[in-house]
Design a protein around this ligand. Structure first.
Ligand SMILES: Cc1cc2nc3c(=O)[nH]c(=O)nc-3n(C[C@H](O)[C@H](O)[C@H](O)COP(=O)(O)OP(=O)(O)OC[C@H]3O[C@@H](n4cnc5c(N)ncnc54)[C@H](O)[C@@H]3O)c2cc1C
Length: 444
C-alpha cells in the first residue's frame, strides 16, 4: 500500500479520468483539471464521435471494476463490412466471439468522469494549465496566457492533456528531451448516417463499415440510437482531396461515383460536409515521459498516433494498467515506478505508432484487393488449424495483452512467410490444401 499523495491530473479526457479512478483506489488525493467545461453539462449537437474499444482497453476498465458498466454503452462489431462499388464483402475480425466495440467518445467520457467522482476524485473544469514547475510539481492556472496565474502545488502531476500537452511543452525545454511530430497529408471529416424513422439502423449494426478506395476511404461505426458516425479520410490536396471538393455538386457527384451505396443513407451529405471541420492527423513521439518522482506524461500526451489501428485510447488505457503494476511492485519508490513505467511503455508506444501508420494502407487499399483477402483467408484457415503456431497480426494487436513490440516483430516475420506462400502456383485454387499448410510449417 502506498502512502497517500496529493496528485494533480491535467486533462479529464478518457485517459485522465480513468487514471483518476486508479489513483483514488490506491488511496491518493486526486484533483483533475480541464480547460473545457464539464462535458456532462454540455448539450450535444447529436453528433457523436465514436471509438473502437478492444482487449487492452477492457482490461484497464475491468482492473477497477467498471468494465461491465461501460459494456452497457458499447456495441460489438465482429466483422468488417467492405463496401466495394459493386458488392459488399464481410470479413470476420477474429475467432468466434471476438469483437471490437463501438463506443461514443462523449458518452464514455461522461460516464468515466461520473465514476471517477464517485470514487472520490475532485474535478475542476474551465481551468487552463499554462505551465508546470517540474521540480516542485506546481501548476500555473489562469484565464489567458498573458494574464494572471494562480499556483497550485502538488506532490506529483500527471499530464493527460492530449497530443498538444502543455505539461509536455514544459518538459520539452529540458536538456536531452527528444521530441518529434509528423502530420499526415491525409485529414478527416465526420459525416452522419441517421437511423430509420422507427429507430432501426440503415446498415448492419454489428459491423465496422469500410469503403476502401486507395488513397481515401470512408468508414462508419454504429451508435446506440441506430445511427452511424462516418469518417471520411482523404488527402488535403490533389485529385481526390478535400481541396478538390469545393461545392455541393462536386461533393454529391464524388459520393455518387465513389460511394454509390452511401448516397441514400447520408441524407445531409453536403450540409455535414461543409459544416463539419476537416481535421488533421498527427504522430507525436517523445522521451523521457517522466521527471524525477514529480511529473509523468500518459496517453496521447506522450504518444499520439494515427487512428488506423483503433488503438490510441486502448494504448493510453494500457499505460494505466502498466503504471498500476509498477505502483503495486515498487510502492512508495515513485522514482522507480515512473522509470520502470516509461521503460516498459516507450518501445510499445513506438511499435503501435508504426503499426497504425502502416494500417492506413491495409484499410484503404488492401481490403479492396482480392489477393489480400485470399491471403487473409489462408492465414485464418492455418490459424484455425494451428492456433498455437499462428495468431494473425490484427488479433495480436487487438485481441491480446502481449506487447505491441512482439506483435510488430512477429507480424513482420509472418508477412515474409505469406509473401512466399502467395507465390505458389495456383494459390487461389490450392489455398486450403495440405501442401500450402506444409509450406507454411516449413517456413515458420
Ligand atoms: C479520428 C480519430 C479516431 C480515433 N479512433 C480511435 C479508436 O477507434 N480506438 C482508440 O482506441 N483510439 C482512437 N482514437 C484515439 C483516441 O481518441 C485518443 O488516443 C484518446 O482520446 C486519448 O485520450 P487522452 O485522454 O490521452 O487525450 P484527450 O482525449 O486529447 O484528452 C485531453 C484532455 O486534456 C484537456 N486539456 C488539454 N490541454 C489542457 C490544458 N492546457 N489545461 C487543462 N486541460 C487541458 C482537454 O480539454 C482534454 O479533455 C482516435 C482518434 C482520432 C483523431
Amino acid at each position: 500500500m502506498q502512502t497517500p499523495q496529493k496528485i494533480a491530473i491535467v486533462g479529464s479526457g478518457l485517459v485522465g479520468s480513468l487514471l483518476a479512478i486508479y489513483l483514488k483506489k490506491a488511496g491518493h488525493v486526486v484533483h483533475v483539471y480541464d480547460r473545457s467545461p464539464d462535458i456532462r453539462k454540455i448539450e450535444f449537437s447529436g453528433r457523436s464521435i465514436n471509438l473502437a474499444m478492444s482487449h487492452r482497453g477492457w482490461k484497464a476498465l475491468d482492473g477497477v471494476g467498471i468494465g461491465d458498466e461501460v459494456r452497457t454503452i458499447a456495441i460489438p462489431m465482429d466483422k468488417r463490412a467492405i463496401h466495394m462499388t459493386d458488392k459488399l464483402n464481410f470479413q470476420n475480425y477474429g475467432q468466434e466471439g471476438e469483437s471490437i466495440y463501438s463506443i461514443s467518445r462523449g458518452t464514455l467520457n461522461k460516464k468515466m468522469i461520473e465514476l471517477a467522482e464517485q470514487a472520490g476524485a475532485e474535478f475542476f473544469f474551465e481551468q487552463k494549465i499554462w505551465d508546470v514547475t517540474l521540480a516542485d510539481a506546481s501548476l500555473h492556472i489562469g484565464d489567458s496566457e498573458r494574464g494572471e496565474w494562480q499556483e497550485y502545488k502538488y506532490d506529483m502531476v500527471f499530464g493527460a492533456d492530449g497530443a498538444f500537452s502543455r505539461v509536455r511543452h514544459r518538459m520539452q525545454r529540458q536538456n536531452m528531451f527528444n521530441y518529434s511530430q509528423e502530420f499526415l497529408n491525409t485529414g478527416y471529416k465526420e459525416l452522419n448516417i441517421p437511423a430509420n424513422e422507427d429507430g432501426s439502423p440503415k446498415l448492419d449494426k454489428n459491423s465496422f463499415h469500410i469503403w476502401p478506395r486507395g488513397d481515401y476511404m470512408l468508414i462508419a461505426l454504429p451508435n446506440l440510437d441506430g445511427s452511424f458516425t462516418c469518417t471520411l479520410f482523404m488527402p488535403f490536396e490533389g485529385e481526390n482531396s478535400f481541396a478538390s471538393l469545393t461545392d455541393r455538386e462536386k461533393v454529391e457527384a464524388f459520393f455518387e461515383k465513389n460511394f454509390p451505396d452511401s448516397i441514400d443513407v447520408i441524407p445531409k451529405l453536403a450540409q455535414d460536409f461543409f459544416n463539419n471541420p476537416t481535421s488533421t492527423l498527427v504522430t507525436m513521439k517523445c522521451f523521457p515521459w517522466t521527471y524525477e518522482d514529480k511529473i509523468a506524461l500518459i496517453g496521447d500526451a506522450c504518444h499520439a498516433i494515427v487512428p488506423f489501428y483503433g488503438q490510441g485510447m486502448n494504448a493510453g488505457f494500457e499505460d494505466i494498467s502498466i503504471l498500476n503494476e509498477m505502483m503495486e511492485q515498487y510502492g512508495n519508490d515513485w522514482k522507480m515506478v515512473f522509470s520502470e513505467y516509461e521503460k516498459s511503455r516507450k518501445p510499445n508506444a513506438d511499435a503501435i505508432a508504426e503499426l497504425s501508420y502502416r494500417n492506413f494502407m491495409e484499410m484503404s487499399s488492401k481490403t479492396a484487393d482480392d489477393k489480400f483477402l485470399l491471403q487473409k483467408k489462408i492465414e485464418k484457415h492455418f490459424s484455425d488449424k494451428y492456433p498455437d503456431k499462428w495468431i494473425p497480426l490484427y488479433s495480436r494487436v487487438t485481441f491480446s495483452h502481449r506487447p505491441y513490440t512482439e506483435a510488430l516483430a512477429i507480424g513482420d516475420k509472418q508477412k515474409e512467410i505469406m509473401d512466399e506462400v502467395m507465390l505458389l502456383a495456383d494459390i487461389d485454387k490450392i489455398w486450403n490444401s495440405v501442401a500450402v499448410e506444409n509450406r507454411i510449417l516449413e517456413l515458420l
